[in-house]
Design a protein around this ligand. Structure first.
Ligand SMILES: Cc1cc2nc3c(=O)[nH]c(=O)nc-3n(C[C@H](O)[C@H](O)[C@H](O)COP(=O)(O)OP(=O)(O)OC[C@H]3O[C@@H](n4cnc5c(N)ncnc54)[C@H](O)[C@@H]3O)c2cc1C
Length: 408
């Protein structure tokens, strides 16, 4: 490991590797360090919407991801109905994908190395030195003992727990909505299905309705990623035993999806959502990805926001003070969408909302197309149609009503 570097990135998930790739491409010296040795797994649905594919295109990984698997859109199911919706036409590419994180994360971190970043694997950041909210060095535990690295800028991309972020003062507000989710892999005769699938009607073993969602994401490699998520708020914590529920869900889907054998690698994790963090940046350091709660509350996606966050932060490395500049940047890009998202998911935890609203939603294809576009945050400032204008206005109003707007 070098003794000093311009940019030190801790965590080589999508967020950290993207930051490292863009920072290295700008000619800076970059050290990308991760406690794991790659390829490593990450509990995830592995789903990539067009927003994530757009970001992989920018990194030059567009052909690579399209060669793994391609989705044409989302199939929404529930209450005996199903609707196949194509990804909306607009500013993003018309394809999505799904790639196991063992492969995806390894490819993105290699991209950073190809652009000049130095990678240290098996290097766990254990402590950080600061002076006046400015990071001077980070100490790593490695197989060779402790190593200290001085840096000009520190990028904290250490995921949901963000132990390094916590040491620097980052606070995650768990009174705001977050999700708990589980995923597993299973062999399927429909591993090449061209739609990712979401189920809105999830029942517990006693037949009771569970406010949550199920997914099946074809991986094109003989397997699918099957998972379940549930939203949790302080008022209505998710009291769901996810593992048995996921096994039950997989059994229910076995015939339709031509499942073979048992689920494997069943794991669950938390999803910090919608910018529900504060104090996550200092003079020369900033949290990105899950460490900055950059997950869309309406669909649980975080890979794309991690990739985008890495690129956005790399463009701000000359900023003299990131303490306010970085949260402001994230609020500008995601504030309004995340603010509405929080309200919608909090509403979804109210008893009866899913049960009554779900079947109604599935009746109207036009409504479902709007839902797909808004839930996936597939609207940009360039989109001028009525839905886009209404979405932006709703976002601005929602942020004004927030007691704690996203990223504050
Ligand atoms: C069940 C589930 C399903 C999901 N499904 C989807 C989906 O389908 N699509 C989607 O877009 N998102 C999904 N997400 C969210 C997505 O997984 C995350 O948003 C995404 O992984 C965030 O990337 P990241 O780079 O911020 O963090 P991570 O991918 O978690 O990477 C953090 C890295 O930091 C390293 N690290 C941690 N601590 C240290 C340390 N002290 N020192 C050095 N290294 C350290 C870790 O080893 C890890 O490699 C899902 C999440 C869950 C839990």
């Amino acid at each position: 490991m070098p003794a000093s570097t311009d940019v030190l990135v801790v965590g080589a998930g999508p967020a950290g590797s993207s930051a490292a790739a863009w920072a290295a491409a700008s000619g800076r010296s970059v050290l990308l360090a991760d406690s794991a040795v790659f390829p490593r797994d990450k509990t995830c649905g592995d789903g990539l919407t067009p927003r994530a594919v757009a970001e992989l295109d920018l990194l030059g990984l567009g052909d690579w991801v399209r060669a793994r698997s391609i989705s044409k859109g989302l199939r929404m199911c529930g209450w005996g109905k199903s609707a196949e919706l194509q990804w909306p036409k607009g500013s993003f590419p018309g394809v999505g994908s799904a790639v196991p994180r063992t492969e995806l994360d390894d490819r993105i971190r290699l991209n950073a190395v190809e652009r000049g970043a130095v990678m240290a694997q098996g290097a766990k950041a254990v402590s950080v030195e600061t002076t006046d909210n400015r990071v001077t060095s980070v100490t790593f535990k490695t197989a060779e003992g402790l190593r200290t690295v001085n840096c000009r800028t520190l990028v904290v991309a250490d995921g949901v727990k963000s132990t390094l972020g916590k040491q620097l003062g980052r606070e995650w507000h768990q009174d705001l909505p977050y999700a708990v989710a589980a995923r597993a892999y299973i062999k399927s005769g429909r591993s090449d299905d061209p739609f990712i699938t979401g189920h809105m009607e999830i029942k517990d073993p006693a037949g009771g309705f569970v406010p949550g969602y199920g997914w099946i994401f074809p991986l094109g490699n003989g397997e699918v990623n099957v998972g379940l998520g549930s939203i949790s708020t302080k008022k209505r914590p998710a009291r769901v035993a996810l593992h048995p529920l996921l096994e039950q869900y997989a059994e229910e889907q076995r015939k339709e999806w031509d499942f073979v054998g048992e689920v494997r690698a069943l794991r669950s994790a938390l999803l910090p959502m919608a910018g529900s963090v504060s104090d996550f940046a200092g003079k020369n350091w900033a949290c990105i990805g899950d460490a900055a709660a950059c997950i869309n509350p309406l669909n649980g996606e975080g890979i794309d926001y991690g990739l985008e966050g890495g690129r956005l932060l790399a463009a701000m490395l000359d900023e003299p003070d990131l303490t306010q500049a970085w949260p402001n940047e994230l609020r500008t890009h995601y504030g309004s969408a995340f603010s509405i998202g929080r309200r919608v998911v909090a509403l979804g935890t109210q008893p009866g909302v899913f049960r009554v609203g779900g079947p109604l939603a599935l009746r109207s294809r036009r409504f479902l197309n709007v839902l797909l576009r808004t839930m996936g945050n597939l609207i940009t400032d360039e989109d001028k149609d009525l839905v886009a204008r209404m979405w932006r206005t709703a976002g601005r109003v929602s942020m004004r009503l927030d007691q704690r707007p996203p990223f504050s």
